[in-house]
Design a protein around this ligand. Structure first.
Ligand SMILES: Cc1cc2nc3c(=O)[nH]c(=O)nc-3n(C[C@H](O)[C@H](O)[C@H](O)COP(=O)(O)OP(=O)(O)OC[C@H]3O[C@@H](n4cnc5c(N)ncnc54)[C@H](O)[C@@H]3O)c2cc1C
Length: 438
């Protein structure tokens, strides 16, 4: 039973009155969007969330503007992270240049913010004052606007999607891909898969007589599926088909699925050598291996001595391998210390080949008690336009005690005249824009 809607406080019926209804159906597809009232109750009733991560939420604002033709670059997509949000608040913005001089823009703020005075709508207004956004809106006209919650836990927060008599789809299930802010196509696709799954289940149960509306389609589906096993009971492969759609696994199995030379199979980095060969450098638990990748990265090319994984662990290595080639020198970098504590750090060594031997030179990145703690697990970028090097890494904001709460940061990486890497100065401001195209 659903409740009546459009009832005034005094019990009289307003113009939009709709009586509640009793839902009698073999299968019900729930598509209420983020944190739906019924979906939430069904999750609790059928324990659909047991075995998955908790869901987490954000609030998203979106506006549609008609902008000056000179500012309009159809097809351009800009995603932003960080500013104006503080270090303890995650979220980001988007600007999509659509057709007809329309621009869709907005900001999503994670609802785990700690500052009780933070006003997500005011942050959105601040975000629009950024020079890159403000210029776009000068002389423009806002056509419409709205706000809505988003469930952004992603794949690991997906509950079981089926229960006796029904399925959850779209954002009721939590299918938004938060990294891409894409939920519409996943919502549509999940609806289509739900329909196919139910159709197949009804066909198998010979329920055509009950479902006269879809009878012909059931017959057609049953015929088409005659040679294939049907998916009954409902949901037996709904989740798998959805996750296949969501996350296509190139190999269908891990590239490296066990320890070799004591190296935990994590933290991989793919390094391209000067002869065009690609190597995977990886490993946790204080061991690091290198292996040569084949042309399509589906496996390995054994070395001349028949081995596939060679250990290149330098002194002090813990995890987070990274390699780069500069001026004929192989710079090998890694993280050391424990990632949960304040002393996590990045150190490096220099060698004459990707196989080493690598002699530890020293630490290049570590905490600064005035900026952040636990700075480590990095990557390095080089701008061919400016010839500048940047280190991207994670660190823990000052005062943060949650070991999982780290923020991604970027600072400049400098080499001295002799080719040594200078200790990185970690900053609160990061780096200036360095356009690749000039
Ligand atoms: C600011 C912002 C920007 C976004 N940008 C993008 C983007 O660029 N690309 C993209 O793909 N996705 C984007 N998304 C996500 C996208 O909007 C959603 O993933 C998508 O709308 C989910 O569709 P849905 O049908 O599952 O839910 P919804 O679109 O939320 O629809 C659910 C509907 O069910 C109604 N309803 C709820 N409860 C009941 C009930 N009990 N009975 C009857 N009706 C009910 C609701 O009123 C609503 O109309 C964005 C989201 C936000 C907030």
């Amino acid at each position: 039973m659903t409740g009546d809607s459009g009832v005034a406080r005094d019990g009289t019926h307003k113009a939009n009155y709709q009586p509640g209804y009793e839902l009698r159906a073999k299968y019900t597809v729930l598509a209420e969007g983020c944190r739906g009232h019924l979906g939430r109750r069904l999750e609790a009733r059928f324990k659909l969330r047991s075995g998955c991560d908790p869901q987490h939420y954000g609030i998203g604002f979106k506006e549609i503007w008609r902008v000056d033709a000179a500012q309009h670059r159809p097809g351009e997509i800009v995603h932003t992270l960080g500013w104006p949000l503080d270090d303890a608040t995650d979220g980001g913005g988007f600007v999509y240049h659509a057709a007809d001089a329309r621009v869709y823009l907005g900001l999503i703020v994670s609802l785990s913010y700690r500052n009780p005075h933070l006003d997500p709508f005011a942050e959105f207004q601040r975000w629009k004052q950024h020079p890159a956004i403000r210029d776009l809106l000068v002389g423009a006209e806002r056509l419409s606007y709205g706000a809505r919650a988003v469930n952004k836990g992603g794949l690991q927060s997906l509950p079981r999607l089926t229960f006796p008599g029904g399925l959850l789809v779209g954002c009721d299930a939590g299918l938004l891909n938060p990294a891409k802010i894409k939920g519409s196509h996943a919502a549509l696709k999940s609806g289509m898969l739900a329909a196919e799954t139910i159709l197949a289940a009804l066909a198998k149960q010979g329920a055509a007589a009950d479902a006269t509306v879809v009878r012909d389609r059931i017959k057609a589906a049953a015929k088409a599926n005659a040679k294939k096993p049907l998916s009954v009971p409902v949901g037996s492969n709904f989740y798998k088909r959805l996750t296949d759609f969501y996350l296509k696994d190139y190999l269908g199995k891990p590239l490296i699925d066990r320890f070799h030379n004591g190296a935990q199979p994590i933290d991989q980095f793919v390094f391209k050598d000067r002869d065009g060969s690609y190597y995977i450098v990886y490993g946790g638990w204080r061991h690091c291996n290198i292996a040569k990748l084949n042309a399509d990265f589906t496996g390995f090319v054994p070395f001349g001595d028949g081995s596939t994984f060679k250990e290149i662990t330098p002194a002090g290595y813990v995890e987070g391998a990274f390699m780069l080639l500069k001026d004929d020198k192989y710079y090998f970098m890694w993280s050391e210390g424990g990632w949960t504590g304040p002393n996590y750090a990045v150190a490096y060594a220099v060698g004459t080949s990707p196989f080493g031997p690598f002699e530890r030179v020293g630490k290049i990145l570590q905490q600064d008690s005035t900026v952040a703690t636990g700075a480590g697990h990095h990557s390095v970028l080089h701008s061919p336009a400016s010839d500048k090097w940047y280190i991207v890494y994670h660190r823990r904001p000052l005062g943060e005690t949650d070991r999982n709460h780290r923020v991604v940061s970027i600072d400049e990486l400098r080499f001295d005249a002799r080719g040594f890497i200078q200790p990185v100065v970690i900053t609160k401001n990061g780096v200036l824009a360095d356009p690749l195209k000039r």
